[in-house]
Design a protein around this ligand. Structure first.
Ligand SMILES: [Zn+2]
Ligand SMILES: [Zn+2]
Length: 465
């Protein structure tokens, strides 16, 4: 058995690892690299370590683009194997890979305009909607907690990762001459007590684990404080008669926010303030949430058993069409607008920000991660002047950053998760999906609780067992 680390090595994005067992080639995740345009383009389009047509099976941990986003590229380059994921992940990927293809096509249009001015030949998008549609044919979803033999002597079982709808922790059991080896692939680990989703499940004690380490050195605020924090922001902004603008990822964050607002509505904290979810993708994703009760926690199931829709209440309006979105600009009264993209890179959120950032009555509420060099990060840093659609605007609105919404386990939650594992059985720990400083801190934390042999692989590193 051989394991090669290809992506999300000493960085967060591009999750991808290649497992070769008795000649069967199994890919764990196929995520998109994000970063500087030229380098990402190269990393996403060149297959340096394998030929996509040789891959037998792709096991997909969840639908986030840094885990699934390069599937259409694989298909474009000849991959025809099976994609094994949960049912909810397969449903989400239908929307998200198409959306990603659309973003690639738009982005290349912009690049090619610039190239044409310099007399350079056009380049083609990494992949197109056609490639994204072709990927859908290969999905072969399975249920949680149901072992499936994926190749001779290799059995796979998914457990709930509690990170986003459909997210899975993968346990792979390999039988070899009466010996059993258990490998765990932890795509992204969620947090206990998150809204909507079940808590992360325990998986059988592994011999080998590939673990994420995004927040291996940081702590989040407890999820229980979310509603109280949100309540304060709403009351403050309402007193100023301002608007609350919330850039939010369409998958997960928007639904968690809606759910928290629904709870506040039931507690009579918000009685009059209209709330708008203004993003066609968010609206479609919310429909998929409604179809996957198998991922819901007790609190959310109670809504359903009381015949209530957790994602709808009297004050909330979902907006799909562009005219209704533009009409929100004229809304004089206090209201909340939740829109994508989460890092303010594209989408309708830009119009709402342009209309709101200069007025100190308003609040920009940040509920997600914002990568370096994005507009979202500039707002988080409270830069005095920000550029939207190429024009400068003074950032006078109040900026509130809430990290209790994070869907990633923090340092304590990661260490707690590991704590139940058998130290004698777990002989190999590989840390991926984290910036190197976070990985080093997490490695030290694991050593403090007596785990040994913890490696932080680099791109291309191979390990044999
Ligand atoms: Zn994720
Ligand atoms: Zn991730």
């Amino acid at each position: 058995m051989q394991l090669q680390f290809i992506g999300a090595t000493r960085t967060v994005t591009g999750s991808q690892h290649l497992l070769t067992i008795n000649g069967a080639k199994i890919l764990l995740d196929c995520g998109l690299f994000h970063g500087r345009r030229d380098e990402s383009y190269r990393l996403n389009t060149e297959f340096e370590f394998y030929d996509p047509s040789e891959i037998d099976i792709l096991i997909l941990s969840h639908a986030h683009i840094d885990h699934s986003g390069n599937i259409p590229q694989m298909v474009r380059k000849g991959f025809r194997g099976k994609i094994i994921s949960t049912f909810a992940t397969a449903d989400l990927c239908k929307l998200m890979l198409l959306d990603s293809a659309y973003i690639q096509e738009k982005d290349i249009e912009y690049v090619n305009k610039k190239r044409a001015k310099k007399g350079e030949p056009p380049i083609s998008p990494m992949y197109t909607a056609k490639d994204a549609s072709a990927s859908q044919e290969l999905f072969s979803p399975i249920r949680y907690r149901t072992p499936i033999e994926i190749a001779e002597n290799i059995t796979l079982t998914f457990y709930d990762a509690g990170h986003i709808l459909g997210s899975a922790l993968t346990s792979i059991e390999i039988q070899n001459n009466g010996n059993k080896t258990e490998l765990c692939f932890m795509g992204d680990l969620g947090r206990p007590n998150m809204a909507i989703l079940k808590d992360p499940e325990k998986i059988p004690a592994p011999d080998i684990i590939i673990s994420e380490s995004t927040y291996g050195g940081r702590f989040h605020k407890p999820t229980q404080e979310t509603e109280a924090e949100l309540e304060k922001v709403i009351i403050r902004t309402r007193e100023r008669r301002g608007k609350i603008i919330v850039p939010a990822f369409s998958v997960g964050r928007t639904q968690e926010l809606v759910f928290a607002l629904h709870n506040l509505f039931k507690k009579n904290v918000i009685t009059k303030m209209p709330i708008f979810v203004d993003s066609p993708l968010s609206v479609n994703v919310t429909e998929i949430f409604r179809r996957h009760e198998e991922c819901f926690d007790q609190e959310t199931l109670e809504y359903i058993s009381n015949d209530e829709d957790p994602f709808a209440f009297r004050l909330l309006t979902y907006i799909k069409n562009a005219e209704e979105s533009i009409a929100l600009n004229d809304c004089e009264d206090t209201c909340m607008i939740i829109s994508a993209s989460g890092m303010c890179e594209s989408g309708r959120i830009l119009h709402h920000l342009r209309n709101s950032v200069e007025d100190p009555k308003n609040t920009i509420l940040i509920v997600g991660y914002n990568a370096q060099n994005t507009l979202g990060r500039k707002i988080v840093e409270r830069q005095e002047v920000i550029k939207i659609f190429g024009e400068e605007h003074r950032l006078n609105a109040e900026v509130v950053v809430m990290n209790s919404f994070s869907s990633h386990a923090d340092r304590k939650e990661l260490l707690d998760y590991f704590n139940s594992f058998d130290r004698n059985k777990l002989k190999n720990i590989f840390l991926v999906h984290g910036d190197y400083d976070q990985q080093l801190k997490f490695q030290a934390g694991l050593e403090d609780i007596d785990f040994k042999n913890i490696k932080i692989p680099e791109r291309g590193d191979v390990f044999k067992f």
